[in-house]
Design a protein around this ligand. Structure first.
Ligand code: NA7
Length: 558
């Protein structure tokens, strides 16, 4: 360690939902810790994504932190699906309440993190030259924090304004009367389009793959309603804890084939009119696993699109043909389909005319040149592993994480990586967070990690890493969970597909998320604790890992 190195017992990378709660827990246990955040402020997703229409798809009152009764008592949600400015305000409120900002350093981009095998510490380089070190490196880097631009020629040639939705101008941007082109029809684009269609002069939507979407059915929350919700918080979070996705929507327990077609349609009609993910998550469980059941639901949803979009040809183009409803995370929309009934909104099907390049004036397809004042890139993210790949992470013996994960993503519990001691991921790839209502998964992960660190400190451990066999078992368990789900067939960020990232464009499945559901995840990670942190090797003692052959093995095999 040189004199110039700033050392902390723990460094948390990222000041989003995970980083905020993680630093709180580290400070509570009296640890010397700091948060390094690349952006200019805290809030992660809610700091960056300021595009029009950005809001929760989780019910607001299920999104907040549960760790503090005071926060629950003091914060009022104003909308059922709260918009970005309120969400950022909420996270700032929590950080300020516990005086966390003083432990966060902004505009700090971590370039590299190298593990020192002799001293069992991590050495970091921040912003090119600043040297820092820590015993515990905690990754709160976010699942969707690295935006990706299309690999198109001429992006810099465009003379008008253009932004990726993630980098929307913080001071706001007035689109009134403007000629706008938007690339993408993911959850983000679907929010943007619904919001701006009636404000812009014209809007051209460049769609490569149609995406299933369902109504958000948002509404305001009055003071009285908030008081009622508050009185039920305990109950609400109990439901979140027992549902697979950590939402308040519980799957319909009836068998799809046990009820008549009329009964099924009755449920779908009801759910389609209800707020949020009900139509996805309160549906029959078979829709996620059984082709025929999924097809029947998909056809029913297609008819809703046909009901809502007046022009028949446009409606057909908006109906996905390559995947069924709900096998990708379902975008929730407000007036998305109705936007296409407006004379100023035009759908450009990129299957009929491929995008060729960006020009000085707009976008060029095989069929036409489109002129715009503004181009919006709603083209998604290098999801889940992207933020890890951007840091030069080297573990024991100089092993490079980026290389390790190139062919196969392996973790233990989604929290530890073999060969990368003392690096912990409360919401990493293959953890319980990615496929859920994020903060519910994050709180579970951060709590577990914090308890673990207390244990490690109390027992004087200075090095921990997962055993190879435990890692293999967990990874196989994660892979097996995909095998029963129809989602394995979808080209989405859940399966690691991204046409704009080298190596991820082939559609070869990457096992990024844990699909076993929150209750199963919690029972496994709790069992690991009950078994004396089975599967983890402490201070290089290989016998530590031998403890893995216990209850966890049985559960993972189920
Ligand atoms: P998504 O869901 O990854 O969507 C990205 C969209 O951009 C999708 O429609 C892509 O089409 C499209 N895209 C990406 N690159 C291109 C190029 N080169 N040409 C044309 N179209 C392109 O990201 P979002 O930001 O919308 O949503 C991410 C999550 O945020 C969401 O699931 C919520 O949980 C919140 P494709 O489907 O690949 O053909």
């Amino acid at each position: 360690m040189t004199e110039m190195t700033e050392h902390h017992e723990a460094i948390v990378i990222g000041a989003g939902v995970a980083g905020i709660y993680q630093i709180k827990r580290l400070l509570d246990m009296g640890m010397d810790a700091t948060v390094l955040e690349a952006a200019g402020g805290l809030g992660g997703t809610w700091y960056n994504n300021r595009y029009p229409g950005a809001r929760f798809d989780s019910e607001s009152y299920t999104y907040g932190f549960t760790f503090s009764k005071e926060v629950l008592a003091e914060w009022d949600w104003k909308e059922r699906y709260s918009p970005q400015p309120d969400n950022l305000e909420y996270l700032e409120f929590v950080a300020d309440k516990f005086d966390l900002r003083q432990h966060m350093q902004f505009n700090c981009r971590v370039d590299s993190a190298h593990f020192d095998d002799e001293e069992n510490i991590w050495h970091l380089v921040v912003n090119g030259s600043r040297r820092m070190s820590c015993r515990w490196l905690i990754m709160g880097v976010g699942l969707l924090s690295i935006p990706t631009m299309p690999r198109l020629d001429g992006v810099d040639d465009f003379k008008g304004d253009s932004f990726h939705t993630f980098s929307w101008p913080h001071e706001g941007y007035d689109l009134t009367g403007k000629k706008v082109g938007i690339i993408g029809t993911g959850a983000t684009a679907i929010q943007v389009i619904g919001d701006i269609a009636d404000k812009v002069g014209s809007l051209h939507v460049f769609q490569r793959r149609a995406n299933w979407a369902a109504p958000l059915n948002n509404s305001k929350i009055s003071k009285e309603e908030m008081a009622e919700i508050r009185s039920r918080y305990h109950q609400i979070f109990e439901v979140c804890n027992r549902t697979p996705g950590g939402f308040e929507h519980e799957p319909d327990r009836r068998g799809f084939y046990e009820v008549s077609r009329e009964e099924r349609e009755k449920l779908w009609n009801k759910l389609y009119k209800e707020p949020g993910f009900g139509i996805w998550l309160a549906n029959f469980r078979e829709i996620f696993m059984d082709e025929k059941a999924n097809e029947e639901l998909s056809e029913w949803i297609a008819d809703r699109i046909r009901d809502r979009v007046k022009d028949k040809a446009t409606a057909e183009k908006l109906i996905p043909r390559d995947h069924g409803f709900g096998v990708q995370r379902v975008p929730l929309e407000t007036g998305y389909y109705e936007a296409y009934n407006r004379p100023n909104v035009h759908l450009v099907d990129l299957n009929e005319e491929k995008l060729v390049r960006v020009t000085e004036n707009g976008l060029q397809t095989e069929a036409a040149a489109y002129d715009f004042d503004v181009i919006i890139y709603a083209t998604g993210f290098d999801a889940i592993t992207g933020a890890y790949d951007r840091i030069d992470i080297r573990g024991a013996n100089g092993a490079v994480l980026r290389d390790k994960w190139e062919t196969r993503i392996t973790t233990y519990l989604g929290m530890f990586i073999e060969g990368f001691p003392n690096m912990i991921m409360p919401n990493g790839p293959q953890s319980g967070s990615a496929s859920t209502n994020y903060p519910r998964g994050i709180e579970i992960g951060v709590s577990w990690v914090s308890d673990f660190l207390e244990y490690a400190r109390a027992n004087g451990h200075t090095r921990v890493e997962p055993a190879g066999d435990a890692t293999e078992r967990w990874t196989q368990h994660v892979e097996k969970m995909y095998s029963v789900m129809l989602m394995r067939k979808a080209k989405s960020w859940f399966t690691g597909y991204n046409s704009n990232v080298k190596g991820h464009e082939a559609g070869t499945i990457r096992y990024l998320v844990y699909n076993g559901g929150t209750p199963k995840y919690v029972s496994i990670v709790n069992q690991v604790v009950a078994d004396g942190y089975a599967g983890l090797v402490f201070d290089g003692d290989p016998d530590g890992g031998a403890k893995a052959e216990t209850e966890f093995t049985r559960r993972a095999a189920e």
